[in-house]
Design a protein around this ligand. Structure first.
Ligand code: PLP
Length: 457
């Protein structure tokens, strides 16, 4: 058991945090008012512990990433051995390392389950960097094909593709667009398949058709010969766990094929088992040309991300000389060795099938218990990612206490007080636990949300 820090240590660290550390995605004035961040000092399995000794069930797998759970000694040992052997070398200028090569082959094997032509891998360190790579690669590809004017990428409103300039421009979160612009030009945002908010009470197939029509209308208004690619998360994570109707992705794919547009899936959250398949697009039976992945690739033990690229695209890249793109840490051998072992753990423990056949359905059933709650407008999940929509009036999508966007953070804070780490996104509570979560822990997760909703009433 972790030993809580003494009161003095805790106070000192919080003061240093406030004095020197700028945490990510934070309101710095609010943090100061609150007396600093919650400092996490230890984690094991699905449980995280803070500096004051409070333990919480981690319903978010860190930041949608710790798929194999915390405390895997094996991953620490692999990192240690690799650091002794070769801690770092780059993959620039005709060099490579064994972990990067073996990891690329392993990822190719997993991608081939959905699309046998997806067999090449480009490494980066984060999901945002992966999407920067995607953007450059796609535009470079069309230039090499002799169609440089095909440089517009269609994305969705409320999509999240990262925090770098390219990532946030590709993303569709308008509140991000207002900071640190101007945006990368040539990105069009269309309707998101968010039934509960934008198609409430509609038939799911008709709603999906309307969303796909919005994409087609945009293709036609911009000009089909100017569209390079369509990008989307199979299930939008940070947007609020938006699970599209089952017909949506096959129709998007058909549209891309109709106009010769590349299909890109951002698998940063959905990849590595989250939806009960190695990649989220495999659940929907579509064949993207490019995929971005990160997070679950190493279960967050070390930073690493990758872009999966089809053979057809690589053949075109071969006609262009150097692809002048890459990062110091592309294919970092220690991160790659850890990611490879992480995937081997998932294989050995059959975590993908377990998510699809056991824990995913168990979570879906457990969430149904919340469906009758007076504040709950909808529960939804797929594999081990889910959301609870909070409403003011049952049977409607009117927002809690009439103030849109406040219910999620309010109930999240009560959940945290009650020992559960979840996220509140606008008016929903979202969850994305480690794939090793037990049925008993799923019950604990759902009953803590229920108790917290009761407190919020
Ligand atoms: N793409 C998606 C779908 C994500 O959810 C995220 C992060 O949450 C990113 C990209 C950006 O990844 P990173 O934070 O590693 O840069």
């Amino acid at each position: 058991m972790p030993v809580p820090a003494s009161h003095n240590e805790s106070t000192e660290l919080k003061a240093l945090d406030l004095a020197h550390h700028l945490p990510a995605q934070a309101d710095y004035q609010l943090l100061e008012d609150l007396g600093g961040s919650r400092i996490i000092t230890h984690a094991e399995g699905c449980v995280i512990t803070d500096i004051d000794g409070k333990s919480l069930l981690d319903g978010m797998a860190g930041l949608w990433c710790v798929n194999v759970g915390y405390g895997r000694t094996e991953l620490a040992e692999v990192a240690y051995q690799q650091m002794l052997e070769l801690p770092y070398y780059n993959t620039f200028f005709k060099t490579a390392t064994e972990p990067a090569i073996r990891l690329a082959a392993k990822i190719a094997d997993k991608m081939s389950e959905g699309n046998p032509d997806l067999k090449h891998v480009f490494f980066n360190s984060s999901g945002s960097e992966a999407n920067d790579t995607v953007l450059r690669l796609v535009r470079h590809y069309w230039t090499l094909k002799g169609e440089p004017e095909r440089n517009v990428i269609i994305s969705r409103r409320n999509a999240y593709h990262g925090s770098t300039v390219a990532g946030m421009s590709l993303g569709g979160m308008s509140f991000m667009h207002t900071q640190g612009g101007p945006l990368v030009p040539g990105i069009e945002h269309v309707r998101q398949p968010y039934m509960f908010n934008e198609g409430f009470g509609e038939d799911p197939i008709a709603f999906a058709d309307a969303c796909v029509k919005d994409i087609e209308d945009r293709i036609l208004s911009v000009g089909p010969d100017k569209i390079a690619a369509f990008i989307g998360e199979p299930v939008q994570g940070a947007g609020g766990v938006i699970i599209p109707p089952e017909t949506y992705w096959p129709k998007v794919e058909a549209l891309c094929r109709k106009y010769g547009i590349l299909l890109i899936c951002d698998e940063v959250i959905c990849g590595f088992g989250r939806l009960g398949q190695w990649f989220g697009h495999q659940h929907y039976g579509v064949k993207p040309d490019i995929i971005a992945m990160a997070k679950g690739l190493s279960s967050g033990y070390l930073p690493i991300s990758a872009v999966g690229v089809s053979g057809a695209i690589v053949e075109v890249l071969k006609t262009g000389g150097d692809f002048v793109h890459g990062y110091t840490y592309s294919g970092h051998p220690t991160a790659a060795a850890v990611a490879l072992r992480n995937i081997e753990i998932m294989e050995r423990e059959d975590l993908i099938a377990r998510t699809r056949e056991v824990t995913g359905p168990y979570l879906a059933q457990a969430l149904q218990r919340l469906a009758a709650h007076p504040l709950v407008g909808e529960v939804r999940s797929l594999g081990l990612i889910g959301a609870v929509e909070i409403v003011a009036e049952k049977g409607t999508n009117t927002r809690f206490k009439g103030t849109e966007g406040t219910a999620g953070p309010l109930v999240r804070d009560i959940c945290i007080k009650n020992g559960l780490m979840v996220r509140g996104i606008r008016d929903s509570i979202v969850m994305c636990p480690p794939l090793i979560i037990s049925e008993a822990e799923i019950d604990q997760l759902v009953s803590t949300i229920e108790a917290s909703l009761n407190e919020a009433e």
